[in-house]
Design a protein around this ligand. Sequence first.
Ligand SMILES: *[C@@H]1O[C@H](CO)[C@@H](O)[C@H](O)[C@H]1NC(C)=O
Ligand SMILES: *[C@@H]1O[C@H](CO)[C@@H](O)[C@H](O)[C@H]1NC(C)=O
Ligand SMILES: *[C@@H]1O[C@H](CO)[C@@H](O)[C@H](O)[C@H]1NC(C)=O
Ligand SMILES: *[C@@H]1O[C@H](CO)[C@@H](O)[C@H](O)[C@H]1NC(C)=O
Ligand SMILES: *[C@@H]1O[C@H](CO)[C@@H](O)[C@H](O)[C@H]1NC(C)=O
Ligand SMILES: *[C@@H]1O[C@H](CO)[C@@H](O)[C@H](O)[C@H]1NC(C)=O
Length: 385
Amino acid sequence: MFVSSGLRSLRGASVFSSSMFTRFAIALLLLSLLAHWLLIQFPESPFHSTSTWKPLFPQLARRKSFFSTSSSSYYSHNNYSNSTNANGSEVSSSPLNYKTFVAYQPKDRDDQIYKNLKDSLMSPTGEDNFFIASIDSNDVYAGVADGVGGWAERNYDSSAISRELCRAMDQLATATLVSSKNQKYSDVISPKDLMDVAFEKIQNDKIVEVGGTTSIVAHFQKNGTLNVANLGDSWCGVFRNYKLVFQTKFQTVGFNAPYQLSIIPKHLLEEARLKGTSYIRNTPADVDEYSFQLSQNDIVILATDGVTDNISTDDISLFLKDNSEKLSTSKELNAMTKDFVSKVVNLSKDPDYPSVFSQEYSRLTGRLYKGGKEDDITVVLVKVE
Ligand SMILES: *[C@@H]1O[C@H](CO)[C@@H](O)[C@H](O)[C@H]1NC(C)=O
Ligand SMILES: *[C@@H]1O[C@H](CO)[C@@H](O)[C@H](O)[C@H]1NC(C)=O
Ligand SMILES: *[C@@H]1O[C@H](CO)[C@@H](O)[C@H](O)[C@H]1NC(C)=O
Ligand SMILES: *[C@@H]1O[C@H](CO)[C@@H](O)[C@H](O)[C@H]1NC(C)=O
Ligand SMILES: *[C@@H]1O[C@H](CO)[C@@H](O)[C@H](O)[C@H]1NC(C)=O
Ligand SMILES: *[C@@H]1O[C@H](CO)[C@@H](O)[C@H](O)[C@H]1NC(C)=O
């Protein structure tokens, strides 16, 4: 089931030649890759249990402030992360290397909506999630995803879909990189195809009962080309000498209503149809794709809307400039990434702060609103060296 859908999704991919023979060869390679991924790489099959991540950080879930510095998120158990970066120390001889840093903070979840969900919705990143997959610091996949909170109001675990999507993307990307390194499979998988295959996977596995999520995926390639696929209102920006030189566009259907990949059972779809409403249901075919050539010392940021609803890209430029003396060592960059998220969190709690969100809300309603928007905040920062 999954294998055939994976093949279907790859067939339209631009990176692959369209000739029948090539398709067949790719299909064979992909089959062996997937077999490797599903059967050999992960014998304990984390895909089949939503609870495998829970015992890892039970004590963190309820802490209001937790920042991760690890090279992979809590669900990720692959053994290939040591060259990634934990503090980004490994530098190879090839021209560009990528050091990755992560910081996040979930919003407070003390309100009634989450009362019945405390146990299931205890991901340390809230409804946000991320992944970083890499076996060499010159070839890295990373992404963030933001689960739509509305489902929590109906007693569903609104964090499940972004968690499972990131888990699947992490494992597929890692398997691809491993196979590529072993020269079993020399092609790259594009961010769009990664999202597509992973989304098919979690749909077929039926782990996620219901949910919607944004997703942005970046591939930092060996030759310095950054490829990005974006669905929804997460964001990727590249800063060069503190100036924004590239950014993705938000995809929304309306204010605070991003494009989203969604899993919605038939009975809910039918219920909505009878009420004359519908859900936002996008597919990976709706992504915007980007390609950008990176240079040494570029800073690339992937962020959920907890960041971009609050601060402008000019603010990020200023922040990087203010921290210009902290952009060299991994330790400094790590601390700076945390500091960045901490600042955003503080602003988001400030009732007088004229956040981007409040300004837009004021514009739309004609009434003055101020204050930040409290949300989960997740940032993956990549320094190009
Ligand atoms: C991978 O890591 C897990 C947990 O860290 C460990 O139990 C396992 O033995 C490792 N596998 C290999 C092949 O190193
Ligand atoms: C991880 O680090 C160990 C020790 O430094 C090294 O032996 C091993 O080859 C590394 N693994 C990878 C996949 O680079
Ligand atoms: C990462 O940083 C820690 C403490 O700063 C250090 O002990 C460790 O050796 C570093 N790891 C690498 C791979 O540089
Ligand atoms: C980098 O490699 C990719 C293929 O992996 C290719 O599509 C892209 O054009 C290359 N970029 C440059 C600048 O050569
Ligand atoms: C955020 O606010 C807390 C508490 O007011 C403060 O301790 C912390 O330094 C602030 N963080 C930043 C980066 O300003
Ligand atoms: C982000 O915006 C939200 C809403 O606009 C606000 O509550 C939050 O404080 C802001 N966060 C930051 C860091 O500015």
